[in-house]
Design a protein around this ligand. Structure first.
Ligand code: ATP
Length: 355
């Protein structure tokens, strides 16, 4: 297996910069998700790692070896596309074994490696079926089998579950993670779906307009977002922001929000008048009758065991994820309790976290 290191990687299409000086390392056996909205540069990054796109500048190292200018076929990397092309006239066995056949591997070895791969993916019972009659999930497993059978140094996957319906997607997310736990292949996985990234990845790189906004474990990214963009992109519903303007003094430890003193999660450095925001996740808000911070109920969404209640405050809308054991009327005046040790603080102008 292999470590992938990306150094100052940049891709420019004429005067448009699609990937802007990225730096990250995927350690041997790690699963990295490149996460971000459409057009942020995920696929371009992946294609450069695969050798399908030449970087404008920067370097790609596989196990310490500079492969930036190596051909794709010389990189020992398997690429799993969203729209995988299986050979429709062939059986599952023929499709999975094809990469070995074209490498000239002896037939006996092909047979045993195809069967071993099929057992791993639990498609051994359909090895002699034609792929043209398979359902989406099995087709995806065959495509994965074709990638795994070569035992490449690493896997690159570009939205491989994109065409599956929701039910199959959930199953495949679990299966991909289980597969990763078993074979520990270094993997880079492109997705715009935060739930997929959170469920599968060891590390996530959140991208925005060609820039990696944050690189970290799913827990780091969820609990300590480096920017308002990351805080807003991750979580459903996303993090709430309470905006306020304040002239701040060194060492200031609290602010007044809607007339109520709220302790800050970080001690402020000297700043001129600045627009700041306190960030809080919906599950870190409670609604209680007696809290001094007040708001009026704007709407609620019933989710079974819990509900999302939207509350309008003087500093913006807040969404609270709370137990569904109480009904709220639209317009009802409620008290808002914030879990103080879960607050984040952001500078609205740069969007970056403070502290
Ligand atoms: P998506 O999920 O929509 O593919 P993405 O995050 O993978 O999004 P990329 O496909 O990497 O984004 O594209 C990043 C930007 O670079 C987009 O604005 C895209 O239009 C542009 N781009 C990609 N390939 C080319 C190209 N060959 N020529 C010009 N612009 C390109």
């Amino acid at each position: 297996m292999a470590e992938i290191r990306i150094e100052n990687l940049r891709k420019q299409f004429e005067d448009f910069v699609a990937v802007r000086d990225s730096n990250f390392t995927v350690k041997d056996g790690e699963f990295l998700a490149l996460l971000g909205p459409s057009g942020c540069g995920k696929t371009t990054t992946l294609r450069m790692i695969a050798g399908l796109e030449l970087p404008s500048s920067g370097a790609i190292l596989l196990d310490g070896e500079d492969v930036t200018f190596n051909r794709a076929s010389a990189r020992d990397i398997a690429f799993v596309f969203q729209l995988f092309a299986l050979y429709p006239h062939m059986s599952v066995r023929g499709n999975v074994g094809f990469p070995l056949l074209s490498q000239g591997v002896p037939r006996k070895e092909i047979r045993s490696r195809v069967e071993e791969t099929a057992r791993l993916l639990q498609i051994d019972h359909i090895l002699d079926h034609s792929v043209s009659r398979l359902a989406g999930g099995d087709r995806q497993r065959v495509a994965l089998g074709r990638a795994i059978v070569r035992r490449p140094k690493c896997f690159l996957m570009d939205e491989p579950l994109g065409t599956l319906d929701a039910e199959f997607r959930d199953t495949m997310v679990r299966e991909l993670r289980e597969l990763h736990n078993r074979i520990h292949a270094t993997t880079v996985y492109v997705t715009h779906d935060q739930m997929e990234a959170m469920a599968m990845a060891d590390k996530i790189a959140v991208m925005n307009h060609g820039i990696i906004e944050q690189f970290g474990t799913p827990q780091e990214i969820y609990n300590c977002p480096a920017s308002m963009y990351v805080a807003d992109f991750i979580g459903s519903p996303p993090m709430n922001f309470l905006r306020f303007t304040s002239s701040l003094h060194r060492g200031k430890r609290s602010v007044r929000i809607d007339g109520v003193e709220v302790a800050l999660p970080a001690v402020l450095e000297d700043m001129p008048e600045a627009e700041l925001a306190l960030g809080i996740r919906p599950e870190h808000i409670r609604l209680s009758d007696h809290a001094p911070l007040r708001g009026s109920v704007y709407g609620s969404e019933y989710l079974g065991t819990n509900q999302i209640v939207t509350v309008e405050t003087g500093s913006g809308m807040l969404k609270a994820r709370i137990p569904a054991n109480r009904n709220f009327k639209i317009g009802e005046n409620v008290g808002i309790e914030l879990d103080h040790d879960k607050l984040s603080l952001f500078d609205c102008r740069s969007g970056r976290a403070i502290g």
